[in-house]
Write a protein that binds this ligand. Structure first.
Ligand code: PEP
Length: 250
């Protein structure tokens, strides 16, 4: 079995550092003695918890920021730079999450700048793409999102793409395994056209959208999907541990 990647997007949860520490410790316990050849686990807590998370995380679990600034530095109140999160211990950064695109008005152009900032700081971007409406033209929407986000990016070596249909996020209504797979294959085809076959075949593509312990296997054990981006089911240690164990026991 190829190594699977599970990314936990905690979004704006939990509300206190104590709770965050308990959640992290619970997840780490569930991952204890895990075979790292089977699973790469990455946690994405909110910014204020990154330093403490890095201190508590056992080796073998990666840390991601949920976003980075479009700018390297400067007078941008409220922004957090890629280098700051790198220095806080992050290996990855989620970029272009649909909640940022649709609730915060983030554009493909801004996402492109963020990808470049992340790469320049030594972070591995997890680029989220996906359509807002079920049944929309995926070739057009994802094609544009990828072309614009990756404009001027020389290589996909450090980039992971997460296919996240917006209508499936946080709704309890996931895509079908077939739908997720055909979107993942479409993503590979699009990046194959932008880059080359080697990069397309070696790209990690995740599925995200209402993944839980009951459905995770149906998504991630298909050739062409390398893992999952998990939101709601990642903020309860017991639920998330179930997901981890299902992957490890395959
Ligand atoms: C997400 O936050 O990217 C996500 C997929 O959330 P959920 O699993 O809750 O749908």
């Amino acid at each position: 079995m190829n190594r699977k990647i599970i990314v936990a997007n905690w979004k704006m949860n939990p509300q206190t550092l104590d709770e965050a520490s308990r959640l992290l410790d619970g997840i780490a316990q569930g991952f204890k003695d895990a075979d790292s050849k089977k699973l790469e686990l990455v946690l994405a807590p909110p910014f204020p918890y990154l330093y403490e998370s890095k201190k508590r995380l056992p080796r073998g679990i990666g840390l991601a920021a949920q976003d980075v600034s479009f700018s390297e530095r400067g007078a941008y109140t409220g922004e957090v730079s890629a280098l700051m999160v790198k220095n806080a211990g992050c290996d990855y950064a989620i970029i272009g999450h649909s909640e940022r695109r649709w609730k915060m008005g983030e554009t493909d152009e801004t996402i492109n700048l963020k990808i470049k900032q992340a790469l320049a700081a030594g972070l591995k971007p997890i680029l989220a793409v996906g359509e807002k409406e079920e049944g929309a033209d995926l070739t057009q929407i994802i094609g544009t999102q990828l072309a614009k986000a990756l404009d001027g990016v020389a290589s996909l070596e450090d980039i992971t793409i997460a296919y996240e249909p917006v209508w499936a996020i946080g709704t309890g209504k996931p895509d079908t395994p077939d739908g997720a797979l055909s979107a993942a294959l479409l993503i590979r085809k699009i990046v194959g056209n932008i880059y080359d076959n080697y990069q397309s075949e070696n790209l990690s593509v995740l599925y995200g959208g209402s993944v839980n312990a009951d459905n995770v296997k149906s998504f991630v054990f298909q050739n062409g999907i390398n893992g999952a981006l998990v939101g709601g089911a990642s903020i309860v240690a017991q639920d998330f541990t179930k997901i981890i164990k299902l992957i490890l026991n395959m």
